[in-house]
Design a binder for this molecule. Sequence first.
Ligand SMILES: Cc1cc2nc3c(=O)[nH]c(=O)nc-3n(C[C@H](O)[C@H](O)[C@H](O)COP(=O)(O)O)c2cc1C
Length: 172
Amino acid sequence: MAADLTLAPTGAPSAAEWRAAMGYFPTGVTVVTSWGGRTPLGSTINAFCSVSLDPPLLLICLDNANPLRGPVEDSGVFGVNILPAEGGRELALHFARNPESDRFAGLEWAACEGGAPQLKAAPIFVDCQVQAIHPAGDHVVVIGRGVRTCHASHETPLLYHRGSFPDLRPAQ
Ligand SMILES: Cc1cc2nc3c(=O)[nH]c(=O)nc-3n(C[C@H](O)[C@H](O)[C@H](O)COP(=O)(O)O)c2cc1C
């Protein structure tokens, strides 16, 4: 038996222990988009995964305080833009920090009839209709049914791990 394992004390994890444990798991990074009336809205989201192939379902988790929560619920649609390594870090920080109403200014984007805003910079885009919203602690789990996918390129994706964006690309 290994003698040098650091065993956590028994009992519920503290917020810091929980963050450290969950943050160890590497993820990709997305910008989830929707509509506030006619205004395109977006938020950086890494709590995203595929759920089902048939029917095509995925999930995202939104903080109860995330301003995108109401618009996703009200419009019934959202889009998942998977970010590329090239320029993705700047987009991820942009869609997490700037005022909501300004986030699309100066960016190239488009939307299909009845669909969510698609960022031109995203190699993969998935248009979704809201299938269900489940309360889960300080977040909601939003289940989306994929109605359209767009594969714009095969670029290396952006990664997120322990609060930073490690670069998967080989050094030039
Ligand atoms: C890398 C990264 C991942 C994030 N993942 C999530 C997430 O999964 N769910 C969420 O609600 N917020 C997430 N956020 C925070 C939101 O992007 C941010 O709180 C949101 O855009 C609202 O901005 P505001 O807090 O300035 O209003 C993430 C932020 C970053 C930088």
